[in-house]
Design a protein around this ligand. Sequence first.
Ligand SMILES: *Cc1c(COP(=O)(O)O)cnc(C)c1O
Length: 707
Amino acid sequence: MQSHHLRRLLVTEPSLRHTASATAVGRVAHAARLRSVVARLARVEHAPLLVTETRASVRDGLHRERLVLDSPLRGPFPGTLLAPPGVTRGPAVLVLGGRNARLDQLTGDVPPDHPDRNVAEHLARAGFVTLSFDHGIGGGLDEERRAGRDEGTLLAHAFALTGRSLLGALVGDALGALDVLAAHPLVDPGRLGLFGHSLGAAVALHAALLAPREALPLCAASHLGSYQALYARLLTGHEGAALPGILEYADLADLYSALAPAPLQLQYGTADAHLEPADARAAADTVRAAFAAAGAPVEIHELAMGHGTHVGHAANFFARSLAGDAVTACDVPAQRIRFEVSERRAVLDRVDAALASGVLTQGPQVARFEELARTWTGTETVAVASGSAALEIALRIVGVAGRTVLVPVNTFFATAASAVRAGAAVRFVDIEPDGLGMDPDALRAALDRHPDTAVVLPVHIGGIVSPALHAVLAHCHERGVPVVEDAAHAFGATLDGRPAGSFGRFGAFSFFPTKVAVSGDGGLLSAALPDDLEQVRRWRDHGKSAQGSTLRDRPGGNWRLSELHAAVGTVDLERFANTLAARRERAGRYDALLADVPGIRPHAVPDGSDSNFYKYLAHLVPDGALDRTPLKKRLRERHGVSLAGEVYDHLLCDHPYFTRSGRPGRADGPFERARRFARHHIALPLYPSLTEAEQLRVVAALRSELP
Ligand SMILES: *Cc1c(COP(=O)(O)O)cnc(C)c1O
């Protein structure tokens, strides 16, 4: 009866399997989707392991360090690092033993009960630094009260109650141990591998799927087959070896397949009582096919062994995959948008609430988004569909049709295009070099030239609200011209303690993914006057003549923000204080690191202005010494460092749209200061998840490529 239930339960066809695509792009997307499912189910929070104790010795020619590792989730547990004699910055393998493996046997500190139990010692003798630790899932609970029940199972149940999993906890520790290994002075952090046997192979597989390093080589022994065979037919599956919920998405072979094209070796024995040879063979075929489709090699050894490891094959695999030029450290991308698992769950809960209620747009999530945003804008806000919608609505409310709007010549196309869509003629103004804002003198000249100016539209470039804004506001005030701030870069930035967006009649913000706060797509208008805010609400909703009315009195649009976007936006705004602090801290670190690097000068944020560091800007000096495009290419190709996009590489007056006849082009030019800035600045990668090691790498790369 029970076996019948078990079999029926486990016949679920993994849903993601069928969406696996034959195209390369499809495969990559599929693997990424599977990794994100694994991350969500494993719920590993990124929290480093602390090494609280180290005792070093040399025995039998191996350097040995006994460590105490402190895990935030599971507390302290012992680990052992082994190193071959004389190694400096050598390749290293994290060795994860099976469920009943004992640390002192893995490392050869006591004689192993099987000749392949001391894998860590074998690999150390083969030339690899190894780190192993005790899983700590047995041997602590009161035997009498356990009444014969398994400790691992009891632990797994407790984890399940908290929405976490035992496997997730083990994987979290393995990822922490990888960081410990990478930071060890004897280890080359670019050459790391993972070995796992049985339960340890399950941990290693999931760690490989979740490790931020690219293409981590994995050798997995005695852990292959279908979940159905392991859990229903053989009853050898262990609760610490699979993620609760995984079968809805993937079987074991799909998880190995998602590692392609990373180096992979699988070993299984035909005399292993924990698996069925035919079932393991079928899983092996699935993995082989996936690697073949990705054009990548995979090593699969079917061996005449029991539930063991062929240590020779493992050592050879790592010798090949961690050879001198292997690099597993990841590149530093221009941009990284990261939501931790708990934040992703919060988004999903809110999306779920929206779907359950049927309110999919302009409901409670949007209201909450507007409320959270208020903390950073200083005035009331109304959410809209995008930053450009925000600009267009503000300009339509002020009324610019048939008149001139003055825009800085150095800004994103959307600033000017929104004015064009609102019916205005756009004219350009040069910038001032300190705060990168509109130059007040150039503005005054432009106002003289264009007495029909309806709006002045300053932009806070890179997240800096320029102190020159005060003079800009004064000129506009004198002539009675309203100011709309394009604060798309500047959410959370301030000038003299006042938030960006609170200086003009309107402040327009964007929550596009590249900006400092994101909602997928989204925008926001801040304004002090209640009537202005009310007008925004009508424009964004097809020009309603009044709340609740079906009559329309203006050509409004669909400029609403959906509840689903607001679900993302609210989660991002709830963490925004941390985002801002993290950006500022990283900017400060770049300032210090770059102080003695010749050929580059960080852009100094003027006194009184508190940037959100949407961009970390620096000038290549002296002007013209170096061409930016080849520099960026060398940084990327030789050092794996991608710079962020400039703000901006082309002036607006040079875009084909504006150089066409009848458009302003360079008419109010020559815009020398903006042109000099556009040509000679770069933007370094800066985001909250950028690590100190990555910043060091960026600066080292610059140092070696600058003249
Ligand atoms: C991003 C951006 C916009 C437009 O925002 P969207 O949300 O993409 O419409 C407008 N102005 C500037 C300066 C921007 O950087």
